[in-house]
Design a protein around this ligand. Sequence first.
Ligand SMILES: *Cc1c(COP(=O)(O)O)cnc(C)c1O
Length: 415
Amino acid sequence: MNDTGSTLTHLQGALSGKTYPAEGLIGLDPADGRPLLARYDLEKATRTLTARSLAARRTGGLWRWAELLPVRDRSNVVYLGEGDTPLLAQPRLGEALGVPRLATKAEGLNPTGSFKARGMAVAVSRAVELGVTSFVAPSAGNAAGALAAYGAAAGSRVTVLTPVDATPANQQEVLAMGARLVLVRGLISDCGKISTALADRFGAFDVSTLKEPYRVEGKKTMGFELAEQRGWRLPDVIVYPTGGGTGLVGMWKAFDELEALGLIGTDRPRMVSVQAEGCAPIVRAFERGEHFAEPWQDAKTRASGIRVPSAVGDFLILESLRESGGTAVAVGEDSISEMQTFAGRMGAGYMSPESAAALAAVPALLERGEVGRDEEVVVFDCGIGQKYPPPQDLPEPPIVDPDDLDIDALAHSLR
Ligand SMILES: *Cc1c(COP(=O)(O)O)cnc(C)c1O
């Protein structure tokens, strides 16, 4: 075996606290059907994972954090370039939104164009290590693309279930990479039920969000990188468009691990969940002071990655918001669409509607006094815009015929 140096010790029920061996293939906590979290020998990790050793590592992307990842043998690592995305200062956009010290974490630069690659890279690699050869998952779109890519790279079979209205680009990439695609007339939650039932029937491993312990491990590396990129100091506020909440839960866990390693202190950012007004179960539960979120009826938003009516890790999301002194905000569909073009014009790139939703929450947070003008705010730009239907009100481009062109008229119209 070519040891990665993983210090994984066991799994622990996030709600039950019960412990389980890490070497078995296991999904949810058998005690209560809630998520399991991976635990590490942090003492041991401290010996080799230091600011210095990290900076010198040649292994790629998020795999630099091998001690705090579950894969034990390097030969099982499926690496397509995931992780180490830049943290981009956005002074112009920030000034316009009222927070000049705004930065975005450019997750669209991951393979398959979203941070779903992080979770799937680690979940697929670890599952392969434990003997899995066939995967199934429900997805709003981006997770399907990522699973198709990593499954194909691992030589595994992949089946994904997406709502019938998943964007054509997402459907095409899945099919092009050889995965089986099933379109479901329903929501992601319906896809999830079918996914679980199918997994039982044909012996595939279900990699639904937080229904197995390792996608969250991949996504927690966003928290590691954020600390490292900022010189081991976390920002004041993290704004995160929240669906299943893997990233939020993962980063919150990552900060505790970094503190145990002595890489950061006790300061934490205020974590902010952003959802769409048409599907805001976490925002509603946060406002009501509840520990679990009731499923949202008739979920609707074009930000499909956050169209998640019910999350199995709801209590973990709510815990991180409350423990951090953060909050939860819902934004309207129009503001999502407007922010997509506004952010692009301010130089932040063509971002996904989910990323735009997170940015659109910033003015509301300022107005409510939840964020101060001088604070350092990091907004997660979770994916590229190209896979989605276009935002509203794009201008109509002129069409010209090169053989019959009035160049002066054209020049004039473009002036
Ligand atoms: C999946 C997804 C989200 C939501 O991420 P979670 O960690 O599952 O809450 C946000 N934005 C995009 C682009 C996504 O694909």
